[in-house]
Write a protein of this length. Structure first.
Lengths: 345, 164
């Protein structure tokens, strides 16, 4: 009874806040427009929100935590005739953070190119690769600690970090993996747990200020989707392939229509995974960055306060999205494996 | 457009690091975690099963107890019935005995009384006879002083005897 009233009150308070924020936003929008159109035009020249957002979304050879605190990451390039070359990305910038040439390499829109036009393969430890290392390291530390908790509290109630992750692990195992894969699900559990927590941690780290957009990068999602593709098709049994190439119980002419559709389906399943995660996380970052950019576009405290209040809620939604996307990627991978390992019925 | 083109370097690192992560987590985290979870679940299941069994055992014991109790009650009833029967039989027998004894005693008493009576009567008869003899002697002595009297007496006596 009491908690419901409290909840209602919370909702009321929240909607009032939202109304105020939106009100301020629109009020200042018109206000700013009427007063300082000239000023704004000048500012637009100096501050390009599109560039700012893209700069934050995309990968980079430096990790700028905040203005002035920049970590120059190592550059690793490979070309046929010069082999592997490793040097610091600090060599590619001058003191004003403008790209300069070094050993015949230069940066073009954060891409490393040879000035003589020869194609090079870039295996640099970029911001995302560094974030990938960090993410993996944190995961190792956390889950080895959880495993230690299991060993220490064997036969006792879970404690500490173990009691936080245990229900999540059990939930993923019993509600996501088990019902979707069915018989013989056990051997996929370690991979799928790693997958879930990798995406979840990556998503959450990406939301932190100054962090990299790891799971919103298509290279990362493409790799994860490729693994799903490989696991699905490697574990596919005779029944799975029969359904693709010679669908039983269907008239002969229709089988020829189903065959290409099924073959396309084999490819589109992982591609949908790749695009969904990439879009959901990148879009969230773009929304957050756009709201931040608004304060700079309008040069107004009121807009800044209004967008900050909205940002709080958007951030909460993003935390939810971070979890949902990790869950969705894992559940779909489980479903695809389940479809591939299903026995004929 | 750059957003949509996966960089080969990041893909390479992602593949290498992620596979390494899966291997390491699988060995050092997931295996011990999943094993302990399985062991714990099994032990819980085992405990629940044992509890169920104990409950069943308990119910069975209770049923057994009830059966035993019922049997005991039955036996007690039978014993009581037997005892009552025995008691009444004993009473009956005792009564019968008492009756017999009484009857015998009465018989004895009657016989005793009869004997006493007979004895008494005999004594009385003897005494009467003695007295009679004495009286007769005296009478005879007195009356039979003379012949006539003797003769008369004999005759009377004889006459009396005949009458008896």
């Amino acid at each position: 009874m009491n908690s419901r009233i409290l909840k209602n009150n919370h909702l009321k308070v929240r909607s009032i806040f939202l109304a105020i924020a939106l009100g301020l936003l629109f009020f200042n929008f018109s206000f700013a427009q009427s007063e300082s159109t000239v000023e704004q035009a000048e500012e637009a020249e100096a501050f390009n929100p599109g560039d700012m957002i893209m700069h934050h979304i995309l990968d980079s050879h430096v990790w700028e935590f905040w203005e002035g605190a920049t970590l120059h990451l190592p550059i690793i390039v490979y070309s046929k005739e010069r082999g592997l070359e490793i040097f610091s990305s600090a060599n590619l910038y001058d003191e004003h953070h403008n790209p300069v040439e070094y050993k015949g390499y230069t940066l073009e829109h954060e891409h490393i190119v040879r000035t003589d036009g020869v194609h090079v393969y870039d295996f640099s430890i970029t911001k995302n690769v560094a974030a990938l290392f960090l993410n993996s390291l944190v995961m190792l530390l956390v889950f080895i600690a959880v495993a230690r908790g299991f060993k220490k509290n064997a036969g006792k109630a879970p404690k500490g970090i173990q009691s936080f992750f245990e229900p999540i692990i059990i939930y993923i195992r019993d509600e996501v993996i088990k019902p979707n894969i069915g018989h013989g699900y056990e051997k996929y559990v370690p991979y799928l747990l790693s997958l879930f927590f990798f995406i979840w941690f990556g998503n959450l780290f990406g939301l932190m200020p100054g962090a990299a957009n790891l799971t919103g990068n298509i290279a990362v999602t493409a790799t994860l989707a490729f693994f799903t593709f490989v696991i699905t098709n490697v574990s596919g049994n005779a029944n799975y392939w029969k359904h693709i190439f010679w669908t039983p119980g269907v008239p002969l002419p229709i089988r020829f229509i189903i065959l290409p559709v099924e073959l396309i389906g084999v490819i589109t399943k992982p591609i949908s995974l790749m695009i969904r995660l990439f879009v959901a996380i990148s879009a969230g970052h773009i929304v957050i960055l756009s709201l931040i950019a608004m304060a700079f576009i309008f040069q107004s405290y009121a807009v800044g306060i209004g967008s900050s209040i909205i940002l709080v809620f958007i951030n909460l939604i993003e935390i939810l999205v971070a979890t949902i996307q990790a869950y969705v990627f894992t559940i779909f991978t489980s479903v695809y494996i389940g479809l591939a390992t299903e026995e004929a019925h | 457009m750059e957003l949509l083109t996966p960089g080969i370097g990041l893909m390479f690192w992602q593949a290498v690091i992620f596979l390494l992560l899966v291997l390491l987590l699988g060995k050092f985290a997931w295996r011990p975690i999943l094993d302990s979870l399985r062991i714990r679940e099994e032990s819980i299941e085992e405990a629940l099963r044992a509890a169920d069994e104990a409950r069943e055992e308990m119910a069975r014991l209770q049923a057994d107890n009830e059966k035993l109790l019922a049997k005991a009650r039955e036996e007690r009833e039978a014993m009581l019935k037997d005892a009552a029967k025995m008691a009444s039989q004993l009473k009956e027998e005792a009564k019968e005995d008492a009756k017999k004894i009484t009857a015998k005693m009465m018989e004895d008493a009657r016989a005793g009384i009869e004997a006493e009576k007979e004895a008494a009567l005999k004594e009385v008869k003897d005494q009467v006879a003695e007295l009679s003899v004495e009286i007769a002697e005296k009478l005879i002595r007195k009356a039979l002083g003379d012949e006539k009297a003797q003769k008369a007496l004999v005759e009377e006596f004889l006459a009396d005897k005949n009458l008896n």
